[in-house]
Design a protein. Structure first.
Length: 197
Protein backbone atom coordinates (compact mmCIF):
# COMPACT_ATOMS: atom_id res chain seq x y z
CA UNK A 1 0.00 0.00 0.00
CA UNK A 2 2.78 2.44 0.93
CA UNK A 3 4.62 1.58 -2.29
CA UNK A 4 1.47 2.41 -4.29
CA UNK A 5 1.13 5.77 -2.48
CA UNK A 6 4.82 6.47 -3.14
CA UNK A 7 4.43 5.58 -6.81
CA UNK A 8 1.38 7.84 -7.07
CA UNK A 9 3.14 10.75 -5.36
CA UNK A 10 6.18 10.31 -7.62
CA UNK A 11 3.89 10.39 -10.65
CA UNK A 12 2.08 13.45 -9.29
CA UNK A 13 5.43 15.22 -8.77
CA UNK A 14 6.51 14.25 -12.27
CA UNK A 15 3.21 15.51 -13.74
CA UNK A 16 3.52 18.76 -11.78
CA UNK A 17 7.10 19.28 -12.98
CA UNK A 18 6.13 18.57 -16.58
CA UNK A 19 3.19 21.01 -16.38
CA UNK A 20 5.45 23.72 -14.90
CA UNK A 21 7.93 23.28 -17.75
CA UNK A 22 5.15 23.40 -20.36
CA UNK A 23 3.59 26.50 -18.78
CA UNK A 24 6.93 28.33 -18.59
CA UNK A 25 7.86 27.33 -22.14
CA UNK A 26 4.47 28.39 -23.49
CA UNK A 27 4.77 31.82 -21.90
CA UNK A 28 8.25 32.37 -23.32
CA UNK A 29 7.46 30.95 -26.76
CA UNK A 30 4.50 33.32 -26.98
CA UNK A 31 6.29 36.46 -25.76
CA UNK A 32 9.75 35.90 -27.27
CA UNK A 33 9.20 33.36 -30.00
CA UNK A 34 10.85 29.98 -30.38
CA UNK A 35 14.19 31.24 -31.71
CA UNK A 36 14.68 33.77 -28.91
CA UNK A 37 13.80 31.36 -26.10
CA UNK A 38 16.58 29.28 -24.60
CA UNK A 39 16.29 26.23 -22.38
CA UNK A 40 18.03 28.08 -19.50
CA UNK A 41 15.32 30.76 -19.81
CA UNK A 42 12.64 28.08 -19.60
CA UNK A 43 14.05 26.33 -16.54
CA UNK A 44 14.57 29.69 -14.81
CA UNK A 45 10.95 30.67 -15.52
CA UNK A 46 9.76 27.26 -14.27
CA UNK A 47 11.99 27.41 -11.19
CA UNK A 48 13.51 24.04 -12.05
CA UNK A 49 16.81 22.59 -13.21
CA UNK A 50 17.97 21.74 -16.72
CA UNK A 51 18.07 18.13 -15.59
CA UNK A 52 14.35 18.26 -14.89
CA UNK A 53 13.67 19.69 -18.34
CA UNK A 54 15.78 17.07 -20.11
CA UNK A 55 14.23 14.30 -18.02
CA UNK A 56 10.87 15.17 -19.60
CA UNK A 57 11.87 16.49 -23.03
CA UNK A 58 14.66 15.48 -25.41
CA UNK A 59 15.34 19.05 -26.50
CA UNK A 60 13.74 22.46 -27.05
CA UNK A 61 12.03 21.31 -30.24
CA UNK A 62 10.43 18.35 -28.45
CA UNK A 63 9.26 20.75 -25.74
CA UNK A 64 7.77 23.07 -28.38
CA UNK A 65 5.99 20.09 -29.93
CA UNK A 66 4.49 19.21 -26.54
CA UNK A 67 3.31 22.81 -26.10
CA UNK A 68 1.75 22.77 -29.58
CA UNK A 69 0.06 19.43 -28.89
CA UNK A 70 -1.40 20.75 -25.65
CA UNK A 71 -2.77 23.80 -27.49
CA UNK A 72 -4.24 21.63 -30.26
CA UNK A 73 -5.91 19.40 -27.66
CA UNK A 74 -7.41 22.47 -25.97
CA UNK A 75 -8.81 23.70 -29.30
CA UNK A 76 -10.27 20.27 -30.12
CA UNK A 77 -11.79 20.03 -26.64
CA UNK A 78 -13.46 23.43 -27.06
CA UNK A 79 -14.94 22.34 -30.39
CA UNK A 80 -16.15 19.02 -28.99
CA UNK A 81 -17.80 20.73 -26.02
CA UNK A 82 -19.55 23.26 -28.27
CA UNK A 83 -20.86 20.57 -30.61
CA UNK A 84 -21.85 17.95 -28.04
CA UNK A 85 -25.53 18.99 -28.04
CA UNK A 86 -28.37 17.80 -30.22
CA UNK A 87 -27.22 19.31 -33.52
CA UNK A 88 -27.51 18.18 -37.10
CA UNK A 89 -24.19 17.36 -38.75
CA UNK A 90 -24.35 20.57 -40.78
CA UNK A 91 -25.14 22.65 -37.67
CA UNK A 92 -22.30 20.94 -35.80
CA UNK A 93 -19.84 21.96 -38.53
CA UNK A 94 -20.97 25.59 -38.30
CA UNK A 95 -21.01 25.65 -34.50
CA UNK A 96 -17.62 23.95 -34.52
CA UNK A 97 -16.24 26.68 -36.79
CA UNK A 98 -17.38 29.37 -34.35
CA UNK A 99 -15.92 27.37 -31.45
CA UNK A 100 -12.63 27.15 -33.33
CA UNK A 101 -12.55 30.93 -33.82
CA UNK A 102 -13.29 31.43 -30.12
CA UNK A 103 -10.63 28.93 -29.06
CA UNK A 104 -8.04 30.60 -31.28
CA UNK A 105 -8.61 33.89 -29.44
CA UNK A 106 -6.61 32.50 -26.51
CA UNK A 107 -3.56 34.80 -26.35
CA UNK A 108 -0.58 33.25 -28.10
CA UNK A 109 -2.45 30.33 -29.62
CA UNK A 110 -2.30 31.65 -33.19
CA UNK A 111 1.43 32.21 -32.91
CA UNK A 112 2.00 28.73 -31.52
CA UNK A 113 -0.24 26.77 -33.87
CA UNK A 114 -0.41 28.76 -37.10
CA UNK A 115 2.83 30.77 -37.27
CA UNK A 116 5.67 29.28 -35.25
CA UNK A 117 4.37 25.71 -35.29
CA UNK A 118 4.82 25.14 -39.03
CA UNK A 119 8.12 27.08 -39.01
CA UNK A 120 9.60 25.11 -36.11
CA UNK A 121 8.12 21.66 -36.59
CA UNK A 122 7.36 21.72 -40.30
CA UNK A 123 4.10 21.37 -42.15
CA UNK A 124 3.95 17.57 -41.93
CA UNK A 125 4.50 17.50 -38.18
CA UNK A 126 1.81 20.15 -37.62
CA UNK A 127 -0.52 18.19 -39.88
CA UNK A 128 0.12 15.10 -37.74
CA UNK A 129 -0.74 17.06 -34.59
CA UNK A 130 -3.91 18.32 -36.25
CA UNK A 131 -4.79 14.84 -37.50
CA UNK A 132 -4.54 13.49 -33.96
CA UNK A 133 -6.93 16.13 -32.70
CA UNK A 134 -9.35 17.95 -35.02
CA UNK A 135 -8.83 16.63 -38.56
CA UNK A 136 -10.44 13.24 -37.94
CA UNK A 137 -13.55 14.74 -36.37
CA UNK A 138 -13.80 17.29 -39.19
CA UNK A 139 -13.70 14.49 -41.76
CA UNK A 140 -16.37 12.57 -39.83
CA UNK A 141 -18.54 15.69 -39.62
CA UNK A 142 -18.29 16.38 -43.34
CA UNK A 143 -19.10 12.75 -44.19
CA UNK A 144 -22.11 12.79 -41.87
CA UNK A 145 -23.35 16.12 -43.27
CA UNK A 146 -23.08 14.78 -46.82
CA UNK A 147 -25.02 11.57 -46.06
CA UNK A 148 -26.58 9.70 -47.69
CA UNK A 149 -24.05 10.58 -50.40
CA UNK A 150 -20.64 9.03 -49.92
CA UNK A 151 -17.25 10.28 -51.02
CA UNK A 152 -13.89 8.57 -51.30
CA UNK A 153 -11.52 8.77 -48.35
CA UNK A 154 -9.10 10.76 -50.51
CA UNK A 155 -11.73 13.35 -51.45
CA UNK A 156 -13.01 13.54 -47.88
CA UNK A 157 -9.46 14.19 -46.65
CA UNK A 158 -9.01 16.92 -49.27
CA UNK A 159 -12.31 18.56 -48.31
CA UNK A 160 -11.37 18.56 -44.62
CA UNK A 161 -7.90 19.90 -45.41
CA UNK A 162 -9.28 22.79 -47.48
CA UNK A 163 -11.96 23.62 -44.92
CA UNK A 164 -9.36 23.51 -42.15
CA UNK A 165 -7.16 25.89 -44.15
CA UNK A 166 -10.12 28.26 -44.47
CA UNK A 167 -10.64 28.09 -40.69
CA UNK A 168 -6.96 28.90 -40.11
CA UNK A 169 -6.97 31.82 -42.55
CA UNK A 170 -10.13 33.19 -40.94
CA UNK A 171 -8.56 32.91 -37.47
CA UNK A 172 -5.52 34.87 -38.68
CA UNK A 173 -7.71 37.58 -40.21
CA UNK A 174 -9.91 37.78 -37.09
CA UNK A 175 -6.78 38.17 -34.97
CA UNK A 176 -5.84 41.11 -37.21
CA UNK A 177 -9.20 42.77 -36.53
CA UNK A 178 -11.61 41.28 -39.07
CA UNK A 179 -15.18 40.58 -37.97
CA UNK A 180 -15.55 37.10 -36.51
CA UNK A 181 -19.28 37.27 -37.29
CA UNK A 182 -18.65 37.91 -41.00
CA UNK A 183 -16.14 35.07 -41.13
CA UNK A 184 -18.45 32.69 -39.24
CA UNK A 185 -21.29 33.46 -41.66
CA UNK A 186 -19.00 33.08 -44.65
CA UNK A 187 -17.63 29.77 -43.39
CA UNK A 188 -21.24 28.68 -42.85
CA UNK A 189 -22.01 29.43 -46.50
CA UNK A 190 -18.89 27.54 -47.56
CA UNK A 191 -19.96 24.53 -45.47
CA UNK A 192 -23.47 24.61 -46.94
CA UNK A 193 -22.11 24.60 -50.49
CA UNK A 194 -19.48 21.98 -49.75
CA UNK A 195 -21.86 19.45 -48.23
CA UNK A 196 -24.90 20.08 -50.41
CA UNK A 197 -25.98 16.99 -52.38
Amino acid sequence: MQQEVSRRSNRERSDTTRAAILDAARGLFVTRGYADTSTPDIVAAAGLTRGALYHHFEDKKALFRAVAEREAIAVATSIEQATSGDLSARQALKVGARAYFDAMREPGRIRLLLLDGPAVLGKLEMMAIDAANAQRTLEEGIAEAMAPATVSAERLSAMASLLSAAFDRAALDIADGASSEVYAETIGTLIDRMVSP
